[in-house]
Design a protein around this ligand. Structure first.
Ligand SMILES: *Cc1c(COP(=O)(O)O)cnc(C)c1O
Length: 339
């Protein structure tokens, strides 16, 4: 039998993640929310730097940096950027100098811990050089400015784009799709937090390559479902092209739902908080207020709407984000004090 992901396996890749991540049946959570056959894909257990979904993407992106003989890597995000933390740790492990553009001012009323604890604390621990820059809706604009200034001073920087969501990074999630399908061949639904779109794009491209019909539902965490869906379509098509199946790419496979974003990036609402509490108390899972709490609120809401009534197995991906919990002490104390 020919390998549907053969072209991917010829690409340069560095080993950073603990793979395959566990796929755990979660019967107590499933019973609580009315999904009989619920599994959680534990991508919070990718190992490096407290884990998370970006580690898979960086196996491809940072291999490309090494191939380009880069002497430093540039990435960035908000102070609680999970990708920034995972890039900082991966660069430390690979012996690459790491420059992070840390974007201030996206959240109007962040707690003090947001600016100095959680992910940003770890960025510094891992030795990243932090450049404070203002937030800009064009997320890569000021990162490319850092790249240009490093070039002017004679360096050879490599840009890992916002969220590590280029087509190359997305391929990490084509491999995650393969891991899921191997263990659960009749999986019907895959649900996860979607933001910079690489995770969802890679999952869909991987499923198309494998000829698998499972439906992927991205839960928008940015309160920008249209922008997220457009990015999934763009990056997904490029990822499909890297897998030599561009002819199979189908925009119709892209589903992003926008009802569980709490109306704003980086802010939790009552549904987010209830979802975090339920996952913690039914399964001992730690979800964060920015990504996985909203993705769990989305899973609960979709189940309530009868979206999974066909009874097919549902896989919810825990995409990580644990350190962000410590950047939201007020939110976490409020939701934890409730029964
Ligand atoms: C980045 C991130 C996501 C979203 O993944 P994208 O590939 O950017 O869509 C989801 N959850 C967590 C914890 C993340 O850090």
């Amino acid at each position: 039998m020919t390998d549907p992901l053969a072209s991917l396996r010829t690409l340069a890749r560095v080993s950073l993640a603990h793979l395959p991540t566990p796929l755990e049946r979660m019967a107590r959570l499933g019973a609580a929310i009315g999904i009989d056959r619920l599994w959680v894909k534990r991508d919070d257990c990718t190992g490096l730097a407290f884990g998370g979904n970006k580690v898979r993407k960086l196996e491809f992106d940072l291999a490309a940096a090494i191939e380009a003989r880069a002497d430093c890597v540039v990435c960035g995000g908000v102070p609680q950027s999970n990708v920034a933390r995972q890039v900082a740790a991966a660069c430390a492990k690979l012996g690459l100098e790491c420059h992070l553009g840390i974007m201030r001012g996206r959240l109007p009323h962040a707690e003090p811990a947001y600016e100095e604890s959680g992910n940003i604390l770890l960025d510094r621990l891992y030795g990243a050089i932090v450049h404070d820059i203002p937030w800009d809706e064009d997320r890569n604009l000021r990162l490319t400015a850092i790249v240009r200034s490093l070039k002017r001073s004679g360096r050879n920087p490599f840009l890992v784009p916002y969220g590590a969501s280029d087509a190359l990074g997305a391929l990490g999630y084509a491999l995650a799709a393969e891991e899921i399908v191997k263990v659960l061949p009749d999986v019907g639904w895959i649900v996860h937090a979607s933001g910079s779109a690489g995770t969802q794009a890679g999952l869909i491209a991987g499923l198309l390559a494998l000829g698998h019909p499972a439906q992927v539902i991205g839960i928008d965490v940015d309160a920008q479902p249209g922008r997220v869906a457009a990015d999934v379509r763009r990056v997904g098509r490029e990822a499909a092209s890297l897998l030599h199946i561009e002819d199979r790419w189908d925009d119709e496979r892209v589903t992003v739902v926008g009802d569980w974003s709490a109306g704003q990036y980086g802010v939790a609402d009552a549904e987010t908080e209830a979802a975090i509490r339920l996952a913690a108390r039914s399964e001992g899972l730690a979800l964060d207020p920015v990504y996985t709490g909203k993705a769990m609120a989305g899973l609960i809401g979709l189940a309530r709407q009868g979206r999974f009534s066909d009874g097919a197995p549902v896989v919810w991906i825990h995409t990580g984000g644990g350190p962000g919990i410590f950047a939201y002490p007020t939110t976490m104390a409020r939701l934890s004090s409730r029964r």
